[in-house]
Design a protein around this ligand. Structure first.
Ligand code: NAD
Length: 367
């Protein structure tokens, strides 16, 4: 029986290369764990432009709205830099995010022991770190009106407006509480209620939503103090929920605590569908890496970890996500490295598929 439906959009550059390894892992779960997915594949970004003259065909958009989860590789590349803004590869991704109304952006910061020395922080501060930042993605100061550059009293003034409605805060808070329930049941909400009215409302609404999640321990922190605490002792957190602007900053800081771009997955979630699963798009944080595309050098782990997030957050297969993450941890502990993870002398990097082979072997060993 199928566990659910997956739409795979490999995209451009290294997207298809890293996604090829994810597809082998999806097949492994079907063959060895009897967990099959109803998988379809389509084009996005430059690949879709080449085929259809648009970075996202309407049929692909319609499919994305129906499936349980979309898994995307990466889009873009120098070949498409000359295109008009309206058909640039990135527009395909933006259309997906907008039309699926993906308001909850999940950025984990997870540190595998074997890579702890990659961090700019001390090993004991970072080793074993596993936190999740939930950033509100479709409102706040990046969208609020009025905005623009105006002239007042003979000088220019730049204006952006931080604006949140109760329902916008409520839905992202619920998304974060749901995540906390699937993790360590601790949620820290960050805003600046000391100086911003939108922060006061944020705190009130999150506190109200908490009544529906009595098992989750809720705390509040001013976002600037939160930034300090992330750098000081990040392991104190489990899930953090914050607005669009603070989330932009804090998630980048937290992610880079742990090292390479080739290791960072993400998810963007929307409202629950009729079957209770949220609309969902999973993708690595990295881009299409044109400098290494087609050379078999790309690290597939960010994309594989994105699939692991789909197992956990779309399909409620937390134990299988743990199995996959443990396989990755074991591979790294054995010293297997793609070129982007090389730090030590004398280690020969494996190729993209070599990393896939090693992870599959560890999955086999986990049975
Ligand atoms: P990038 O993330 O593609 O690459 C930055 C650097 O990191 C490069 O040196 C690259 O080789 C390396 N890198 C990235 N992913 C890697 C991986 N998995 N394994 C090993 N090394 C990896 O960012 P960029 O160079 O600024 O952008 C390249 C293209 O990607 C542009 O067209 C940009 O618009 C697009 N882009 C797309 C997305 C997306 O699809 N979500 C995100 C960012 C950039």
């Amino acid at each position: 029986m199928s566990i659910g439906s997956l739409l795979i959009l490999p995209g451009d550059g290294i997207g298809p290369e890293v996604m090829a390894e994810v597809k082998r892992i999806i097949d492994w779960f079907g063959e060895k764990r009897d967990l099959t997915f109803d998988v379809s594949e389509d084009l996005v970004g430059g690949a879709a432009y080449d085929a259809h003259g648009t970075p996202l065909h309407d049929d692909t958009m319609a499919k994305a709205q129906e499936v349980d989860a979309v898994l995307l590789g990466a889009v873009g590349g120098p070949k498409y830099d000359v295109l008009d803004f309206s058909v640039k590869p990135e527009r395909g991704l933006l259309r997906l995010r907008k039309e699926m109304d993906l308001f909850s952006n999940l950025r984990p910061a997870q540190c595998f022991d074997a890579l702890a020395d990659f961090s700019s922080l001390k090993r004991d501060v970072i080793a074993g770190l596993d936190i999740m930042i939930v950033r509100e993605l479709t409102s706040g100061v990046y969208f609020g009106e009025p905005r623009g550059i105006f002239t007042e009293n003979n000088e220019r003034v730049g204006i952006n407006t931080q604006r949140y409605t109760e329902s916008e805060i409520d839905r992202v808070a619920r998304s974060a509480f749901e995540l906390a329930m699937k993790r360590g049941k601790r949620l820290c909400s960050m805003e600046k209620a000391n100086v911003m009215e939108s922060g006061i409302l944020w705190r009130e609404v999150v506190t109200e939503v908490a009544k529906d999640y009595p098992e989750v321990e809720l705390s509040h922190m001013y976002a600037d103090a939160g930034g300090m605490q992330l750098a000081r002792w990040p392991k104190q957190f489990d899930v953090i929920v914050t607005d669009n602007l603070f989330g932009d900053l804090l998630s980048d800081v937290a992610a880079m605590l742990t090292g390479s771009l080739g290791m960072l997955p993400s998810a963007s979630l929307g409202l629950p569908m009729a079957n209770g699963r949220p609309k969902a798009l999973y993708e690595p944080v990295h881009g299409s890496a044109p400098d290494i595309a087609g050379q078999g050098k790309a690290n597939p782990i960010a994309c594989i970890l994105s699939f692991s997030m789909a197992l956990r957050y779309s399909f409620d297969l937390g134990a299988e996500a743990d199995r996959l993450e443990k396989a990755i941890e074991d591979v790294l502990a054995d010293g297997v490295r793609t070129a982007d993870l090389l730090g030590q002398e004398g280690v020969t990097p494996v190729s993209t598929s070599g990393m896939g082979d090693a992870i599959l072997a560890k999955l086999d060993a986990s049975l």
